[in-house]
Design a protein around this ligand. Sequence first.
Ligand code: NAD
Length: 405
Amino acid sequence: MSISSALKVLCVLYPDPVTGFPTAYARSTIPTLSHYPDGQTLPTPASIDFMPGQLLGSVSGGLGLEKFVTERGHRFVVTSDKDGPDSVFERELPDADVVISQPFWPGYLTAERIRNAPKLKIAITAGIGSDHVDLQSAIARDITVCEVTWCNSVSVAEHAVMQMLALVRDYIPQYGWVMKGGWNIADAISRSYDIEGMDVGVVAAGRIGLAVLKRMKAFDVKLHYTDRHRLPAEVEQELGLTFHPNVESLVSVCDVVSIHCPLHAETEHMFDDALIGRMKRGSYIVNTARGKICDRDAIVRALESGQLAGYAGDVWFPQPPPNDHPWRSMPNHAMTPHTSGTSLSAQARYAAGVREILECWLNGRPIREEYLIVQGGGLAGTGAHSYSAGDATGGSEEAAKFRAV
Ligand code: NAD
């Protein structure tokens, strides 16, 4: 049955560029992809109201949805003011029917916020990773939670490979010498190694983890993985993968570990002092999955002691991280803000995916199974495969401590 009454669609997006909304772009087009690596089709909305390759993920970009939503008589509210009790997000929630949010600048839907949103029926993640929603509360309230599966998986895999190389080769300090006007080769290479021949492992070989393994094969490293679902034997054979039944076994043999599981009750703080203590001295961790999969202070301690030679990634907890978050200043890190999945290329796919989901939902058509995380009072689709029930939003209120500089 299609929905005819006026709805309120509340959309949380990151702020516009400090230099103003772009009027020109570095490139005029982005490549057109025919399908994702496993054959899944790209999003199939009836039409789109944006130019692929332009900024869509910030407030003025509005995911290219405003015209579509308002022409159908619904209200479209978009804000970046998302944290704390006086935020626009919290003020607008009580009569919102739909919440759209991006993991990069997550509108945390905690149990309390869900209680204060009695009309909320669907929470759409414009991206992948719906841990900013208290999944247990969504299950209890029969709220549908969905995300745009595949939309930025390869974007993240590219970022993870870049950060593995940046850490092992120690790229960031070398760039620093150029910017300082120096030519200090001995200083610049004092922590620089080749990745060739190293043992490289991924925690989870889903869409992103497998894409990372495929890309790393070209570097002549020894590849390892662990996952709660084992890959087909022919894939293991083709990539020369060693499967580990648990993460403890994986980390004990790897020089570089890249994390690619979702954040859920089972994976929260997986990398704590004990697990990091099982790694070889001088290992590297890249985490483009979710900040909270690592214990914040254990990472800092391991970098300071030398147990870890480097840590990189683009995910923090909470987001945005408070200005005094220790990962901003810990030694030997190569962190970025949460950018890997929101390249201009990825934005075109997830904006189209959100539009597809809204078209389906508003017209009473089923949302693709692979987009579903929670539906009908339980984990569904990709949610049933990759998540466990529970809540990983605890502590998200700390995001209110961030102040833009
Ligand atoms: P996916 O669903 O294809 O893969 C997830 C994999 O994790 C599955 O194979 C699942 O079996 C495995 N897994 C789940 N729990 C596990 C556990 N306890 N131990 C071992 N394996 C476990 O998802 P994906 O597209 O590969 O994305 C993975 C995650 O990456 C997302 O949930 C999100 O948190 C993160 N992500 C980050 C960005 C970014 O911009 N940094 C963008 C997209 C996704």
